[in-house]
Structures are given as structure tokens and as C-alpha cells.
Design a protein around this ligand. Structure first.
Ligand SMILES: [Zn+2]
Length: 185
């Protein structure tokens, strides 16, 4: 198993202790990777607030790279860094705000782009098969295949009916195929 951190700036005083714990669980105590991760990284909310955790494992399906993220609104609904709204080439990082309704087990998220005013439908993780809760004991920790595909990151856009989208439609100018002829006589 390989473990890494995908946050922009990593502070070693936050990452060292959970890493040491993980190594101890795996190699000294001989626990399996899931239990080892749960008792080191997953239960360390200071770490997860600081950076998502990336781990690579080999199982029956082959080698998989996975992310672990802590749910927090408005920027990290289900731990994921969202970056697209319903308008092409609009949202920049931090333009997508997620608001939450519902409690731990059925968190509903609606997204809004502060740049163009686009609003998404309200979704739960049942609408997103690619994001899973880590376990019942850590209802705010989620895991998914890393990196998420563009289609997965567009989940809120593609799950929102077009009539609800408030983005400004792009104007497409058709190319003129006929040439103007000018009489010189
Ligand atoms: Zn937008």
C-alpha cells in the first residue's frame, strides 16, 4: 500500500503522527489496510481538514488509487473538490458553493455558482454511485476512486434538468457559406 496527500501545502506536524500510526497498524500489529487506515487517517479530522488522503492498494480487481475526504460545506461537499457549474467555462475554484440540508445519514447537497447564479438539483450520495461513505462510525468521511473523472465531477450539472439551469446560453454564430459578389461594372 502507498499513501500520499493531495493538498496544496502539507504541514508535516499534522501528517507525521497519522503516518506513524498507519505504519504501526499495518506492519507492527499486522492489521488489514482498511482497519489500519480507519484507526490512523480516517479518524484524524485535523489531518482530513488539512488535506485529502490518497492511497493505492491492490485487491481482486487490480491496483486502485483512492481518495479519502472529509465532508464540509460550502467547498468540500462529501470531501470532493467541485469545480464546474452549468455554464461552460464559468466557474473557478471556490465559485461553487454547496449548501446542505438533512442529517448525517442522508445529507442532501445543492450547489450554486456565485459567478453566474446557476443552481443545481438537490442530490444525495445515492445519486452519485462513485462516492461512498467510509463507514457508519465516520459519517462525514467519504471515499472515491482517484482522480474522479470529468463526468463524475459534472454529477451536479448532469443531474440538473436543463430548465432549472440559469446559465446564460452561448450564442453560436453560424458560418456564412455564401460569398458576396460585388459587381465592378
Ligand atoms: Zn457559473
Amino acid at each position: 500500500m502507498v499513501v500520499g496527500f493531495s493538498g496544496g501545502s502539507i504541514l508535516s506536524h499534522i501528517t507525521t503522527l497519522p503516518l506513524v500510526k498507519l505504519i504501526q497498524k499495518l506492519f507492527v500489529d499486522g492489521c488489514d489496510f482498511r482497519f489500519s487506515l480507519t484507526s490512523s487517517m480516517v479518524s484524524d479530522y485535523d489531518l482530513l481538514r488539512h488535506t485529502p488522503v490518497i492511497y493505492v492498494i491492490r485487491d481482486q480487481e487490480g491496483v486502485k488509487t483512492m481518495s479519502i475526504g472529509l465532508h464540509s460545506t460550502p467547498y468540500h461537499a462529501w470531501g470532493v473538490v467541485w469545480r464546474w457549474c452549468g455554464t461552460e467555462r464559468c466557474a473557478r475554484p471556490r465559485d461553487i458553493r454547496s449548501s446542505q440540508t438533512g442529517s448525517n445519514n442522508t445529507i442532501r447537497i445543492r450547489q450554486e455558482c456565485i459567478r453566474c447564479g446557476w443552481r443545481s438539483a438537490s442530490l444525495t450520495t445515492d445519486n452519485l454511485s462513485w462516492v461512498q461513505r467510509w463507514d457508519k462510525a465516520h459519517p462525514n468521511v467519504f471515499t472515491w476512486r482517484h482522480p474522479p473523472s470529468p463526468g463524475e465531477l459534472m454529477s451536479f450539472v448532469t443531474s440538473t434538468p436543463k430548465v432549472e439551469r440559469q446559465g446564460i446560453p452561448r450564442v453560436v454564430v453560424a458560418e456564412q457559406s455564401e460569398e458576396m459578389e460585388v459587381d465592378s461594372d
